[in-house]
Design a protein around this ligand. Structure first.
Ligand SMILES: C[S@@+](CC[C@H](N)C(=O)[O-])C[C@H]1O[C@@H](n2cnc3c(N)ncnc32)[C@H](O)[C@@H]1O
Length: 373
């Protein structure tokens, strides 16, 4: 029945499915050639999950994807780098907040399909790619196959991003974004918008023409050894970015700052009556993040600062940091993130938020001489 479509049948092909004693439901390949204006998509998952995804606005309101996948005038060119391979280089000045890409996945994989026999799981992956529209399939085959194993599985493992859909983790392949190389101190950040099934990449600082556009593949707030091990294990390369290659004396300083960032974040997030959090701590956190060039993560630091000022009843500093937080969090976590919404509320109506004057009366020492505010 491949290639034939019954009326109201939403997929382009009849789903191929496999199941066994470990699977509650069969896992199948669902392909739509109509998705995203003809770019198409294959989804490997259960039937109930696929039909739930089909109810997302990405499918039910196709017009919302009108401006997505637009590669007519990209702000970058592809460049071949020694060691790293292909990467993308800005061809014009990009300002903080500028969109670099917005793309829909050509493949979404439910990792629970690993419960299938290996040969059947691979069969589904191969069918998922084979069934894509020709141009989209070619984009997949142009991706890097780092581990030199099964050619489809390898390209997925080298290039897929983790996504959350209905609270569950999936893997998505976005061929354009897969051209971005890693840097522990990147100049761009990405997030996945579940409703539109769209992956967004934005500049998180100004990027000059000729500069490589980079993202982080790993938790870049982790210390150097953890970052390096993770990159080697999952992407097979020795991290050579400046924060990994610096002199040991300098990387030790960087690690010390990262540990202090973690400690300050924990203290600032303590809302018990014993909390020792102060706005000065939040200022130190912001300063450390800027020093570490963790620009995308500044959204969290600004959020903690907004709340710290709010908790001591300092309205305009709370507003200032809430506004900054909205800007950065929206680039790093997404426009619909709960924290973005909370910070918008704090920016517009600080005195009505739960954090307002919450810590007034808590001990707050300035300069260690015991003054209470
Ligand atoms: C998603 S691809 C990125 C695009 C890739 N450079 C290409 O030519 O298709 C991920 C792979 O790129 C390479 N890569 C990415 N960032 C790198 C970096 N900072 N240093 C060395 N290799 C890197 C690694 O081989 C990694 O497995």
């Amino acid at each position: 029945m491949a290639g034939q479509r019954a009326a109201n049948f939403p997929w382009t092909f009849w789903p191929q499915c496999f199941s066994n004693e470990n699977t509650k439901e069969p896992y199948c390949v669902f392909t739509s050639h109509d998705f995203a204006g003809g770019r198409g998509i294959s989804i490997v998952t259960t039937s109930s999950d696929a039909y739930n995804i089909l109810r997302k606005p990405a499918f039910s309101q196709p017009e919302i994807l009108e401006y997505v996948n637009d590669l007519s005038n990209p702000p970058y060119v592809q460049h071949e780098f020694p060691i790293k391979g292909r990467g993308l280089v800005a061809n014009k000045t990009l300002h903080r907040g500028d969109e670099i890409f917005s793309s829909t996945p050509l493949l979404i994989n439910n990792p629970d399909a690993y419960d299938l026999d290996e040969a059947e799981r691979l069969q589904l992956a191969h069918t998922a790619i084979a069934q894509l529209p020709t141009k989209t399939r070619e984009l997949f085959w142009a991706l890097l196959d780092h581990f030199k194993g099964d050619p489809v599985d390898d390209r997925i493992n080298t290039n897929a991003f983790e996504l959350e859909i209905f609270g569950n983790m999936r893997h998505g392949v976005f061929p354009e974004i897969a051209m971005l190389n890693h840097d522990c101190r990147p100049n761009a950040a990405y997030f996945f918008d579940e409703e539109t099934l769209t992956h967004y990449v934005h500049a998180t600082q100004d990027i000059a023409p000729g500069q490589e556009i980079t993202i982080t593949y790993t938790n870049n707030a982790a210390v150097r050894s953890v970052r390096m091990e993770n990159l080697k294990r999952n992407w097979g390369f020795d991290c050579s970015c400046s924060s990994c290659r610096a002199h040991p004396a300098l990387t030790a300083e960087s690690d010390a700052r990262l540990l202090q960032i973690e400690e300050l974040e924990g203290t600032l997030d303590d809302w018990s009556t014993e909390s020792t959090a102060t706005p000065e701590m939040a200022e130190a956190l912001i300063s450390l993040m800027v020093q570490e060039r963790l620009y995308a993560s500044l959204g969290t630091a600004y959020r903690l600062a907004a709340m710290a000022y709010s908790s001591f009843g300092d309205k305009w500093n709370a507003v200032r940091y809430a506004r900054l937080s909205v800007e950065y969090l929206a680039l790093d976590k997404g426009f619909r993130e709960g924290d973005v919404y909370a910070m918008k509320q704090l920016a517009t109506d600080p005195e009505m938020q739960w954090s307002w004057r919450k810590r007034v009366g808590n001990q707050r020492f300035v300069g260690g001489c015991g003054h209470r505010h």
